[in-house]
Design a protein around this ligand. Sequence first.
Ligand code: T5A
Length: 231
Amino acid sequence: MQSESSKPGLFITVEGVEGAGKSTNLSFIVDCLEQSGIEVVCTREPGGTPFAESVRELLLAPREENVDAVTELLLMFAARSQHLNALIRPAIAAGKWVVCDRFTDATYAYQGGGRELGFDLVAKLEDLVQGDFRPDRTFYLDVPLELGMQRVIARGEKDRFELEQTKFFERVRNTYLSMVDREPERFILIDASQSLEAVQSDVRAKVDGLLADFQNGFESASDNSVKSTSE
Ligand code: T5A
């Protein structure tokens, strides 16, 4: 549809608790967009560039030493700053759509909610690192914790976050759901407890709607277009 155009691309994120099916559906979203002729950059957080992927390894490796919650929060944003400036912003400015597995909503949910650091500290770092850059649309894949964990366990070894207790993940999911409620214009809520076929049928319908909106002069939930053209 557009590449290297004068029009900036969109920033789409995919969120959910462990095992919600983010990675699986992210590939599906990318396929749907590419079939429509859109040039897509597919990425993830924490990570997305070689340096940020090294920070990801630091963050996810299970370890004996307890990792302080603020240390974890700062590392998430350190990786994000690199990712945003080296990959996401340039791609969007070049007219590509960036589809990202997790972004700052995950920090609100996991560090703000799960680790109980609260929203204010996360919001301060969000402003510092991102200015007013925000996702245009966010797919939130909602799944009951037990079902998500069953899928993770069936897949194999757990990372440092997946070793957390149920209470932690309850806070994470509740934080996500409260954000979905607060920003219905940005979040696209998907019932991810259904069969993969049913989930992808819902995702496909939402992507088609997004493409139609885009063709009819998409109204972004963020201010990225203004930013990326003015930078
Ligand atoms: N984190 C991240 C923070 O704390 N703060 C932050 O700011 C950020 C950015 C890594 C961790 O980092 C934390 C959160 C995370 O704990 P991650 O790499 O996104 O983040 O890791 P996970 O959430 O652990 O990703 P997973 O791979 O475990 O889950 P996905 O991507 O949601 O699930 P997916 O697609 O891999 O599917 C899991 C399995 O379920 C099957 C799939 O085939 C697969 O086997 N599946 C289904 N089966 C039946 N029905 C369906 N509908 C299915 N959908 C998928």
